[in-house]
Design a protein around this ligand. Structure first.
Ligand SMILES: [Zn+2]
Length: 243
């Protein structure tokens, strides 16, 4: 961890051995009333959940699980065909009550700490920019965190994760219920980037959930599951950038 960072230790019993090497960083919000409640849950043996790190609103960082071990933060999830996301990732929980708690903004001090910690994690494990993800990216049908107010663009400007370069919106847009080759192309782009969606040519609930997750991360001004021209353009730009 960065030498300038003060770290508190509070070991969680909810760990086991990794089965694969680390290739991803997964960010979460805690979705609980406050930091104390979140910490209690993350170290409670009966909760069955943990993460490697917890970052408080004031930027205090707590180590819960050594990064060499497998923490339990992702649950049923998938990215680029990898299902055991817990084995393949480092997980950071960011204290925020989440959508159910009114989704308050993430304080600047907290974001600075998240950026510093994340920068250190990706450097230590050689995690690629495109593999810095939200929980909603790897579990789009179940999860919304860290949510559309989490500033991925700012984080990318601090050297962590991808952000699409500006470009004109695409001429085509697609919506739930659409079918055909254009839908297959959209699904191939999403799947090529890493999302769990099959190119079946039908813009059903799964595709809509994946587009919503994509928007939460890369098009936060519009989170409605409809692939408008701006969403399409950003997706194509990211697929190109990730090549
Ligand atoms: Zn989560």
């Amino acid at each position: 961890m960065p030498t300038s960072m003060k770290v508190r230790h509070c070991p969680s019993p909810n760990v086991n051995d990794r089965r694969t090497a680390v290739s991803m960083l997964v960010l979460h919000y805690t979705g609980m009333e406050n930091a104390e409640a979140a910490l209690q849950r993350l170290v409670d043996p009966s909760s069955g959940v943990s993460a490697h790190w917890l970052v408080d609103e004031d930027g205090e960082v707590t180590s819960l699980v050594p990064e060499a071990q497998r923490a339990w933060h992702a649950g049923v999830a998938c990215w680029q065909g990898i299902h055991d996301i817990n084995s393949a990732s480092v997980g950071i929980e960011i204290v925020n009550p989440g959508h159910d708690g009114g989704l308050p903004p993430f304080p600047a001090r907290q974001m600075e700490a998240v950026a510093a910690l994340s920068r250190d994690v990706v450097a230590r494990h050689g995690i690629r920019r495109r593999h810095v993800l939200g929980h909603s990216d790897v579990a789009p049908q179940r999860k919304q965190d860290p949510g559309e107010l989490f500033d991925w663009r700012w984080l990318a400007s601090r050297g962590v994760g991808l952000w699409p370069p500006p470009q004109p919106p695409a001429a085509t847009s697609l919506n739930e219920g659409d079918r055909g080759c254009a839908v297959v192309r959209l699904q191939e782009h999403l799947a090529g980037f890493g999302y769990a969606v099959a190119p079946d040519g039908f813009y059903g609930v799964v595709t809509a959930a994946v587009v919503t997750a994509f928007q939460r991360h890369f098009r936060p001004a519009r989170v409605d599951g409809a692939a408008d021209g701006e969403t399409m353009a950003r997706l194509v730009a990211l697929v190109d950038a990730a090549r």
